[in-house]
Design a protein around this ligand. Sequence first.
Ligand code: H79
Length: 684
Amino acid sequence: MLKKTLSCFFLALLMASFFGCQGGDQKLDEAKEETRMDWWRDARFGMFIHWGLYAIPAGEWKGTTNHAEWIRTTAEIPLEEYDQFLDDFNPVEFDAEAWVKMAKDAGMKYITITSKHHDGFGLYDSKTSDFDVMATPFKRDILKELADACEKAGIKLCFYHSIMDWHHPDYLPRRGWEKNRSTEGAEFPRYVDYMKNQLKELLTNYGEIGVLWFDGEWEDTWTHEEGVELYDYIRSLQPNIIINNRVDKGRQGMQGLTAEGNFVGDFGTPEQEIPDTGLPGIDWESCMTMNDHWGYNKNDNNWKSSKELIQNLVDIASKGGNFLLNIGPKADGTFPQESIERLAAIGDWMNVNGASIYETEASPFEHLVWGRVTQKSINGGTRLYLHVFDWPENGELRLGGIRNEAIKASLLSAASTQLTVRRDADALVIELPKISPNSIDEVISLDIKGKPEVVLPPEIMADEFQFSDQLLVKLKAKDGFDVRYTLDGSEPNSSSTLYSQEGINITKNTVLKAKTFEGSNAASATSSAEFNKVSSQKAQAVSNLKSGINYAYYEGDWDQLSNFNPLKSTKKGTVNTFDYSAHSRDEYYAFSFEGYINVPENGAYRFYISSDDGSQLFINDQLVVDNDGLHGMVEKSGLVGLEKGNHKIKVTYLQKTGGSGLEVSWKGPSFIKTQIPASVLYHQ
Ligand code: H79
């Protein structure tokens, strides 16, 4: 991550000057680093392409339809059977120039295509492998054709290359279900050499590559040291290339950002999600599908609307990130019609509004109710792009908490129409046409003098938004300003209650509104939050409880606990806490824990389960935490009001394949989050 590289650089510089060695060279490198990222930061929008042999089954296998690029593993297809797709891969409709044109017309500046996905199949002519496009009837180097088309169109070509490889004999580990693929003689270092040779081909024969986008780095065979070495190796072949954080081991789950520590990688990779706020000083790119699969799935009709996709792009740009939007081409070489239509709609919007996306920076505002903001420096000031998702009914757009003087405002779609801007207390108010010219996102271009000076609304700090007896809420505003608030939903004014450091005690359903003041003048927009009182469940009248909880252990193959209906448990017993070590095999099993939890006082309790794979938690037979499904270690939580005394608790947990884990925690009115201790767990 850039921030870390920078601090490492300062440390290196410090040490270099201390020891009298070449700090100057270091500095030169760092200056290069800044320019290396420039095109990518300016671009904001790229196309992801997931294409390979998996396009042939198109997500369907023996009656199951929820597969895509993972099909070899999710449908457990033996290697020899999967290899037969080679004979059927003949995308005669493939037209590299047509693909590149669709990306360019949509306003995308780069294309990131799977040179190799987890299945190990190469979309290009690899001398190091027989499992590539040259082994198919098509026999055309798809990446070469794309490289030429991209070069002509001025689009940057980038490669997605999987570290995990389910095909290469030296890659380890094997999938848990692969009973007939021996690991005898397999040597992981030889696989790493193979992958490096492939990458050398990709970085030698296809011109200048924009980004190398690694994935499949999470298995234990891939190490931090190998990640660092690979990063350096790639940069030695193309010094200006940009490399994502999945080359190393620092990625934090699907949220994709790099953990604290000395990890390499130039940008974070949130997958199918957008961070809540911008991340100052950190480069990131959210990748997302248009429906629910990356590779082509002919049965998946869950398409996001063009509106949602455009607003995602804007949301991401307003937080300083890039958007990598996926296409899963069909086996004949064409894009799905639904994708073509959405690209065209995005292109129509970008044609008019592209200036509000490219070369912009993150918003100086947070959480605006009507939309998003991006910004750009102009001569003598700043151009703010106000992206209006929800057009104000009274025709007035209020930009709260801004201290700068306005120069002028207009619709980006009609630069000649000047809009009236006036100051109203903390806000600049822009008079808009009665009806929005564009219901997806009409952009207002507002020029202001100087750099934006924004007083953010007070931050509302509460442990929870639901409570059972009472809740302490604190407010935080810019130093030197007052905060005034109301508890009845009305707009705070200069005579509203002045906030004091002790906080606000909330005892009933409340809408809290808070605003920053400078003397009697409003200085920020208003923040608001709703707090709800939850009723508490009565304790259960049970006696003769004994320490520990009961468990039942099951064996079988489930994807979901919600439809988990095991025939019989293979083992039963009592354990102190949610301890699942009694499993007799490492995969394909489930647990159910049942007992009572002793709650120390009346109040709202939050329960958390972190598990790999799925889990659910029930209190008094009511589902409180739903962490169901197949996934890596993921935490979910839920809140419930409980009276002092004993309550029924049940936790179910399922492990299909790969890693496992289960942790159950809680947080109460007078204690912080902790793992549920054995001292409060009982059974009858
Ligand atoms: O190429 C597409 C998918 O095939 C691929 N990434 C996108 C861009 C993908 N691979 N795996 N997954 C998606 C889901 C895998 C999730 C997990 Fe993990 C891997 C769960 C546990 C290991 C990531 C790392 C989340 C937690 C740790």
